[in-house]
Design a protein around this ligand. Structure first.
Ligand SMILES: Cc1cc2nc3c(=O)[nH]c(=O)nc-3n(C[C@H](O)[C@H](O)[C@H](O)COP(=O)(O)OP(=O)(O)OC[C@H]3O[C@@H](n4cnc5c(N)ncnc54)[C@H](O)[C@@H]3O)c2cc1C
Length: 814
């Protein structure tokens, strides 16, 4: 039996594909003093029974990056570690039943091209050329992904394990971790065979991750947001026709996914593997009467063919030879789900030196890339690609048990659904409501969730179609279009109000707060009584976050940031403040109204004692409607305006008074359009660690000559000397029905030269706007480019480096 080492740099708990890939990548990075603990045999969790499909397809840039990397790794791994592996790169055919689905494919194709892949959109008459046995009469087309395939998950895990061991890392099988404790800034991982002291610990426990996560609660941890679904695939007997065909052509059939019906169909030796994601799905271990067993190693759930029979029958109609074979076996196993179906990879919220690499729903396809990302988090403190889509901190404390169950089932039952921009997934709404929520709903507010907080996206009028079906479009037009236009026009011509609960707020106080902030951010601090934007860089000079910095006194500041950034920025701040400086978070105690438009002063004057002549970027305490409030003269909408911050209990009276003064309610979608016209960036779209501050056009927020050695200073200085590769631009696009979504490719002279980071229609400038990044030499006003929007290349012109609307900011300063 292997000896338990008494120390290690990193201990990974869990020996599935993901844990072992994490170990392999740590060792690759030179961190060989790492130990992996597996309670049973490697692969005993979800990994051993996985179907092993390895797609690259995604409409998320980061997930596509991770999956693409996996395919590249798996192609070379067998030879690299000298371990034979069944990895079949068969290609895949993904079927479309609608025009909208074809648009989705076009989008993935564009993104794939940018990542160096050759996804191909097929017309109906081309499908049989790739997949001879299929019925195509009711299809709109397909997407062919040449890099798709399947791998034996056990062989993959063993190959990664061999590679890791040969580099010096240790794997201890049949060694369950039984708990953790912390002493003198180190972790102690307990096992029945002894303790291991380590610097870092990783929860890679797959569907057991919530159980393991509980151990970290005394050290600041939270309940891991997840649940467990049962997923089945059906193996058929051999089909002689397929065997003969494969023999003749020398390869397997491509993997087939009928995403609108919701299944994958794969050739498995001479037979088939059919894997449905059924809408009437089943969660496991979610009731007290059905608790998760302590050990489910190498076990399966009982078959439940009834649940998937309809989809299996559909597959048999689509590829009739499948129906000629009997069913030989059904595999029904557990898959963990986070509420959005993406894994948790990165810092464990609230806990020092602890990480998560768990809750993978597609851990075979994403395991290779996931291990790389996890290892980068530990060894570098940051990742090559922006990985917010998988960051554990994207979920804060609204994700209770019911939320996780309802969302997990919704994601599973819609595993292949399109994520159209106007659609709200309906499960588990209303986790956090503002004090005026009911008033907003009565006004027709169509809500969206922002870090669990309900905010209006747009306001419907009686008779508007607010059904889910109406939202199934990538296009601009829909029942909301006219309303967004009216809301933007009210802000332009008169005054509008938007209730924003959930702004993340941190009150920073104490001797030395100013000096700390100067070293924390890249730029200059505001004077007392004023506010400005500050940016935080990572060590590579890339954009970590943007905060509004409000200076109340020499050493008293309020930092305000996006709702979704609550735990990300909270942690960044708390982990960095020196002793003597206190951080008090008031996110849930206060709400904000954005009041914007040329008549906002007129509206406020009779209901406030504030000095409304105080200039842009000032702030003051005052009363509004007789209630205590804090007013900031700022406007994300780009008009004269104030943010009114107040205690939750006081907000209804203030809201009523503002409405009585004639403010038209507007929603987040109007705000998005308005901010684009001002070129204001949004976090994790335009502002992400995929870009440096200099690439992002934020040099005016970098104070190179200040004495403080802020994070990223050296990297930014070096980049400044070298010159940037990419530059931020604003484009006016000759878009047709659809505006540019994020990560639409930008073309010039037949080459891909950049990507959009956001886009929408601007109702004040009456044009389709996109923000984006292009090769630096093309960021010249007047340059003609093309933006590929759902497959259609649209002419686009680079705009001067100033807001499209009110370039002098005269309206804001009015
Ligand atoms: C039927 C089915 C088909 C699937 N098909 C695919 C597919 O085609 N493609 C794809 O990408 N994904 C597929 N999946 C999903 C895939 O199986 C998982 O996403 C993946 O295996 C997760 O890997 P993991 O390493 O995160 O977790 P796991 O494989 O579950 O590994 C976690 C490990 O942690 C260990 N562990 C737990 N607690 C402790 C402890 N206290 N101490 C030590 N060890 C501990 C467990 O024993 C386990 O081995 C499928 C799943 C199912 C059920």
């Amino acid at each position: 039996m292997a000896e338990i080492p008494s120390t290690a740099r990193v201990v990974i708990i869990g020996g599935g594909a993901v844990g072992v890939s994490s170990l392999y990548h740590l060792a690759k990075a030179g961190w060989t003093d790492c130990v992996l603990l597996e309670k049973n045999e490697l692969t005993a969790g979800s990994t051993w029974h996985a179907a092993g499909n390895v797609p690259t397809f995604s409409t998320s840039w980061s997930i596509m990056n991770m999956q693409r990397y996996s395919t590249e790794l798996y192609s070379r791994l067998g030879a690299e570690v000298d371990y034979p592996m069944n990895y079949h790169v068969t290609g895949s055919v993904r079927l479309a039943h609608s025009k909208e689905r074809m648009q989705e494919f076009q989008r993935a194709k564009g993104m794939g091209l940018y990542q160096g892949m050759n996804l191909e959109v097929l017309g109906v008459d081309e499908i049989k050329g790739k997949y001879p046995f299929i019925e195509t009469h009711d299809l709109a087309g397909a997407l062919y992904d040449p890099a798709d395939g399947d791998i034996d998950p056990a062989q993959l895990t063993q190959a990664l394990a061999k590679g890791a061991r040969e580099m010096g890392a240790k794997i201890l099988r049949f060694t369950p971790a039984t708990g953790v404790s912390r002493e003198n800034g180190e972790w102690i991982v307990h096992t029945e065979k002894g303790d291991i002291r380590c610097e870092y610990v990783v929860n890679a426990a797959g569907y057991y991750a919530q159980k393991v996560g509980e151990w970290f609660k005394p050290y600041g941890g939270r309940t891991v947001p997840m649940m467990v679904m049962s997923h089945q695939y059906v193996l058929t007997e051999q089909v002689s026709e397929i065997e003969a065909w494969s023999k003749e052509v020398g390869h397997k059939l491509p993997l087939l996914r009928d995403v609108d019906v919701s299944y994958y169909l794969r050739q498995e030796k001479g037979g088939f593997n059919i894997g449905p994601y059924e809408p009437n799905c089943k969660a496991h271990w979610v009731n007290p009467s059905d608790p998760m067993p302590d050990d489910f190693s190498f076990q399966l759930y009982p078959d439940d063919l009834d649940r998937i029979a309809e989809i299996v029958a559909d597959a048999m109609e689509r590829v009739p030879i499948v129906g000629s074979a009997g069913i030989s076996r059904i595999i029904n196993g557990p898959i963990p789900y986070a509420p959005d179906g993406n894994p948790l990879i990165g810092p464990m919220p609230g806990v020092p030196n602890a990480f998560e690499a768990c809750v993978f729903t597609f851990g075979i396809a994403q395991g290779g890339g996931g291990g790389k990302v996890l290892a980068e988090w530990i060894t570098e403190g940051c990742t090559e690609w922006d990985m917010w889509s998988c960051d554990p901190r994207r979920y804060t404390d609204y994700t209770d048990r019911d939320y996780c169950i309802e969302k997990g089932k919704e994601v599973y039952g819609n595993e292949y659904a399109m994520h159209v921009p106007w659609h709200r997934w309906p499960a588990a709404p209303d986790r956090r409501k503002s004090s005026v929520h009911d008033k907003i709903r009565e006004l027709g507010g169509q809500m969206g969730a922002y870090n669990g907080w309900e905010r209006a996206n747009w306001f419907a009028k009686p008779g508007d179609d607010t059904s889910e079906e109406a939202t199934h479009t990538w296009g601009r037009s829909g029942p909301w279009e006219q309303r967004i236009k009216e809301e933007c026009e009210a802000v332009r011509d008169s005054v509008g109000v938007l209730n924003l609960p959930g702004f993340s707020r941190f009150w920073i106080q104490g001797e030395g707060a100013d000096e700390w902030l100067r070293g924390f951010c890249t730029g200059a601090l505001p004077k007392v009584g004023r506010m400005n934007l500050i940016y935080v860089s990572d060590k590579r000079g890339r954009i970590l976050t943007e905060l509004s910095c409000i200076r109340l006194a020499e050493n008293s500041f309020v930092l305000i940031t996006a709702a979704t950034a609550q735990w990300h920025d909270g942690e960044l701040i708390r982990n960095s403040v020196p002793e003597g400086v206190t951080v008090r978070e008031t996110t849930a105690e206060r709400e904000t109204l954005i009041i914007a438009g040329p008549k906002s002063r007129e509206l406020l004057a009779p209901i406030t004692d504030a000095d409304l002549s105080m200039g842009w970027l000032t702030h003051q305490h005052a009363t509004v409607a007789g209630k205590k409030a804090f007013l900031i003269r700022v406007s994300f909408a780009g008009e004269l305006g104030w943010e009114v911050h107040a205690e939750n209990a006081d907000m209804p009276a203030i809201y009523d008074a503002v409405r009585a003064g004639g403010a038209k309610p507007f929603g987040m979608w109007a705000l998005n359009s308005l901010r684009l016209e001002k070129g204001y960036r949004a976090w994790k779209g335009d502002l992400s660690t995929d870009y440096s501050l200099l690439e992002g056009g934020l040099e005016r927020f970098v104070k190179f000559d200040k004495p403080q050695d802020f994070t990223g200073k050296a990297a930014l200085l070096a980049e400044k000397q070298r010159g940037v590769k990419k530059s931020f631009i604003t484009l006016i696009v000759d878009a047709k029905d659809c505006d540019a979504p994020y990560m639409s490719t930008i073309w010039h002279d037949g080459k891909v030269v950049g990507e959009t980071t956001s886009g929408a229609w601007g109702y004040r400038v009456n044009a389709s706007i996109a923000l984006g990044m292009v090769r630096a030499d093309l960021a010249v006003p007047g340059t003609e480019l093309e933006v590929e929007i759902y497959g259609e290349r649209c002419r686009a012109v680079v705009q001067p480096d100033q807001p499209l609307w009110d370039p002098e900011n005269a309206r804001i300063r009015a």
